[in-house]
Design a protein. Structure first.
Length: 72
């Protein structure tokens, strides 16, 4: 699967990511569309959002629409 990733050096782009794991109380959702928020995500891109460690890659996008493909 692909995700939009911000790297510790400040670069960003689409990258291949491992399939997420889920349990009996979760579901696997295939994303159809996902927005980048002008508030939260832009602050993260510019490393201005407090409380987030920027020493590891961060996957952006939290306003998504998708279909449940499997459930736990």
């Amino acid at each position: 699967m692909k995700g939009y990733v911000i790297y510790p050096n400040g670069t960003c782009g689409f990258d291949e990511l491992p399939m997420p794991k889920y349990d009996a109380y979760s579901a696997l959702v295939k994303m159809e569309s996902c927005g980048i928020c002008n508030g939260t995500d832009m602050k993260i891109i510019h490393q201005k959002f407090k409380g987030i460690p920027y020493d590891k890659p961060i996957v952006l996008g939290h306003e998504g629409v998708g279909r449940v493909v499997e459930k736990g």
